[in-house]
Design a protein around this ligand. Structure first.
Ligand SMILES: Cc1ncc(COP(=O)(O)O)c(C=O)c1O
Length: 371
């Protein structure tokens, strides 16, 4: 079976170093917010070219706490896309705010800046406080346009980088483009822990300080809280030690993903009915996913499964069509590109340890099924 993602292969690729790091933490007697977490925060900040990185318990917590650090809560609205992991919207709701969904660009699957602009002009609401562009599948959203619009309306820009560790736009890393950015270390991510984890990055010292308080009961210093409503969302020492082993390999692993993507593109471009991923000239994608679009998506998905190739749909139901978020008020404008994408997207096997031979096999099988 060719898996769609394979976090175990990544563990095995770094097993000796990871096992040693885990053993060292177990023997250290310090398991939460210690040396490993501080060193990882410093190393991650350096790697991502930002001044502050604050480890938290998950990508969802990273988003919730970033929003709350920006002062967003009850009565506020936050604009994002419906074509994303439901976590993006769930984190907004957890702050007491409400999400407003805008459509995506059909080529890149990321937030359509013109839709953001339309919503802001039609709504004219003073209660919209922030926008969360999602760098989905490893490609940055159109940040220059989104930032220009957001600044005109005085909005915070919170980047959802959960699928884009190391991706660049105009040679600048995602996570450095907005006010604050959120990453997930879910095991299948480009940089994955062996459990849950997340991190918030920012160049804004005040936001970083507030984040540090919010992740631990509101503590300004041990046992002394300055803000109410702080939670317990700490990155643990084991995960930090594992992430410290993996971080130096991120760039090479992203390169492997790009090689696999190139292999898929070379072979699949022979069938013009397959819509291939489009990466804009200014972007370097880290291919968290390689997503094709075909009309007969469900049949292809089943045929590939029968032939031992696992694929996934990210995501089968747009958030605004899910029961929890289907209130019409949350999507004031139509979302045709989002709804269309959900019917024909398919994520092919993609992880750094997938061999080029396996990628060729996947692509040739697709051509055969669709002949
Ligand atoms: C785009 C996006 N945002 C947020 C998250 C949430 O991250 P986590 O699963 O670590 O809470 C994910 C991961 O599933 C994601 O893909």
């Amino acid at each position: 079976m060719i898996l769609q993602s394979n976090p175990k292969a990544n563990y095995l690729a770094h097993k000796t170093e990871i096992d040693a790091a885990v053993k060292q933490v177990l023997g250290s007697g310090w398991y939460i917010l210690g040396n490993e977490v501080s060193l990882f925060e410093q190393e991650f900040a350096k790697n991502m070219e930002v001044t502050h990185a604050i480890g938290v318990a998950s990508g969802t917590d990273a988003l919730e706490l970033a929003l709350r650090a920006c002062g967003i809560g009850e009565g506020d609205f936050v604009i994002t896309v419906s074509h994303t992991a439901v976590a993006t919207a769930a984190a907004i709701v957890r702050t007491g705010a409400k999400p407003l969904f805008v459509d995506i660009d059909p080529d890149t699957f990321t937030m359509a800046p013109q839709q953001l602009k339309s919503l802001l002009t039609t709504w004219e609401s003073k209660k919209i406080k922030a926008v969360i562009p999602v760098h989905i599948y490893g490609q940055a959203a159109n940040m220059p346009e989104i930032l220009a619009i957001a600044h005109q309306h005085d909005l915070f820009v919170i980047e959802d980088c959960a699928q884009a560790h190391g991706a660049t736009l105009n040679n600048q890393k995602v996570g450095t483009l907005g006010d604050i950015a959120c990453f997930s270390f879910y095991p299948t991510k480009n940089l994955g822990a062996l459990g849950d984890g997340g991190i918030v990055t920012t160049n804004n010292e005040k936001l970083a300080e507030k984040l540090g308080w919010l992740r631990e009961y509101g503590w300004r210093e041990r046992y002394i809280s300055d803000i109410a409503g702080g939670i317990n969302s700490r990155l643990d020492e084991l995960q930090a030690a594992i992430l410290r082993v993996k971080l130096p390999h991120l760039e090479a692993e992203n390169k492997s993903r790009r090689k696999i993507a190139e292999t898929y593109t070379n072979i699949l471009s022979k069938n013009r009915d397959i819509i291939l991923p489009k990466i804009t000239k200014t972007n370097e994608s880290v291919y968290h996913q390689y997503v094709i679009q075909v009309k007969e998506r469900d049949a292809l998905h089943s045929s590939l499964k029968e032939q031992g190739i696992a694929t996934l749909i990210h995501y089968p139901v747009p958030i605004h069509q899910q029961a929890a978020f289907s209130d019409n008020d949350l999507s004031p404008l139509p979302l045709p590109n989002t709804e269309q994408a959900a019917t024909q997207i398919l994520s092919l096997p993609m992880y750094p340890e997938l061999s080029i031979k396996q990628a060729e096999q996947v692509a040739h099988t697709i051509l055969k099924v669709l002949h």
